[in-house]
Design a protein around this ligand. Structure first.
Ligand SMILES: [Mn+2]
Length: 364
């Protein structure tokens, strides 16, 4: 087995990024018709798109359920960038439920119901280490962020359970390549320009070209990083300022790789923070820029209209909770049902998708 594994035949319910929102998960799975052990009267199976953890109240409960269902053969999953961060001991925004060094800082924003005991840490690492990064069958492909044949073929060469070792190895190559020229010197020069914390939302840094270049080349050289966290481009400092997203100031923006995806096989992804309401005004300069602003929330996207993002931003529920938002939530958990191509939301709302295999108009 490798990091790219077969997706079993039969009807599937593909669940988007959960981010520790256990109650939303239980509610969604109930509306989909599963019992608490993952059995479904119609023999359906769940596929988790990754990003089980961080920011929300109970990442451990989400992992417990996923592990139990996967162990029983009722579910499958791919790794998201948040699980990769956990495996690599890369403590980032929202991971304080797991990492002691992140806890105080995270508690200014998030509320964690519980933190893992030592034995729980052991099974969490073991469980996540065994997950693939992509799943495929003749009529469907599943990955957290990016499907690209060249990258997937490289991931195919990596044995299952070697995700951390290979990610680290490719990361080292990326860093070495990035700093082979004069980038190291430019980074050193630049480091004097901005000595503040890049996670402080109150202090907007200037555009830092060397840091932007480092972020960009590290992002784009490692196949496992691209597949789990997306393709990016450096922002044009003449047009956009560095912007704050996902807990830090950024100099790169996300690209909609699906606009160049020409294959026949549909791809289902999470990761991209879609919302159930069409944004009337695209979020100015945000990390996602306007990846979905031309689309309705239930629309297929990409060159051929055969890519669908099922992340409906339940990862932002902590914010709505702390802002006291009780109605009109924009933070939902959803599943895409296959082959029906319908959506089910955690509140029980079901909806057809649109635009499958209808090429999108070129964006203006
Ligand atoms: Mn993600």
């Amino acid at each position: 087995m490798s990091l790219v594994q077969p997706l079993p035949e039969g009807p599937l319910d593909i669940v988007g990024d959960i981010h520790g929102e256990f109650d939303a998960l239980v509610s969604l799975l109930g509306h989909l018709g599963y019992d608490r052990d993952g059995n479904h009267p119609a023999g359906r199976r769940v596929v988790f798109l990754g990003d089980f953890v961080d920011r929300g109240p109970d990442s451990i409960a989400v992992l417990e359920l996923a592990r139990r269902w996967i162990g029983a053969g009722r579910a499958l999953a791919v790794l998201g960038n948040h699980e990769v961060n956990l495996l690599r001991e890369d403590a980032k925004d929202g991971s304080g439920w797991f990492f002691d060094e992140r806890l105080d800082r995270d508690l200014r924003k998030y509320t964690f119901a519980r933190r893992p005991q030592p034995h729980e840490r052991t099974w969490i690492i073991e469980f996540l280490s065994g997950l693939p990064v992509a799943l495929e069958r003749d009529d469907l492909r599943v990955v957290h962020a990016v499907w690209n044949d060249t990258l997937v073929d490289r991931a195919r060469t990596v044995p299952a359970c070697h995700v951390r070792a290979q990610y680290d190895a490719w990361e080292e190559i990326a860093l070495r390549e990035a700093t082979a020229g004069d980038l190291r010197r430019r980074l050193d020069e630049e480091s004097g320009l901005w000595t503040h914390d890049l996670e402080d939302p109150q202090r907007q840094p200037p555009f830092l070209p060397a840091l932007a270049e480092l972020e960009y080349s590290k992002q784009m050289t490692n196949p496992l990083k691209v597949m789990t966290s997306g393709a990016e481009a450096i922002i044009d400092p003449g047009v956009a300022q560095p912007f704050y997203s996902g807990g830090k100031w950024r100099f790169v923006r996300r690209l909609g790789w699906w606009d160049e995806y020409a294959d026949d096989v549909p791809v289902i992804v999470g990761h991209y923070w879609r919302t159930v309401r069409r944004r009337t005004v695209p979020p100015e300069g945000s990390f996602n820029q306007d990846l979905f602003s031309e689309l309705s929330p239930n629309e297929w996207h990409g060159l051929r209209g055969n890519v669908f993002c099922v992340d409906f931003s339940v990862g932002a529920k902590w914010k709505e909770r702390s802002d006291g938002v009780t109605t009109g939530t924009n933070a939902r958990l959803a599943a895409l049902r296959w082959p029906e191509r319908t959506l089910m939301f955690d509140d029980g709302h079901a909806q057809a998708t649109e635009g499958f295999l209808v090429a999108c108009e070129p964006r203006g």
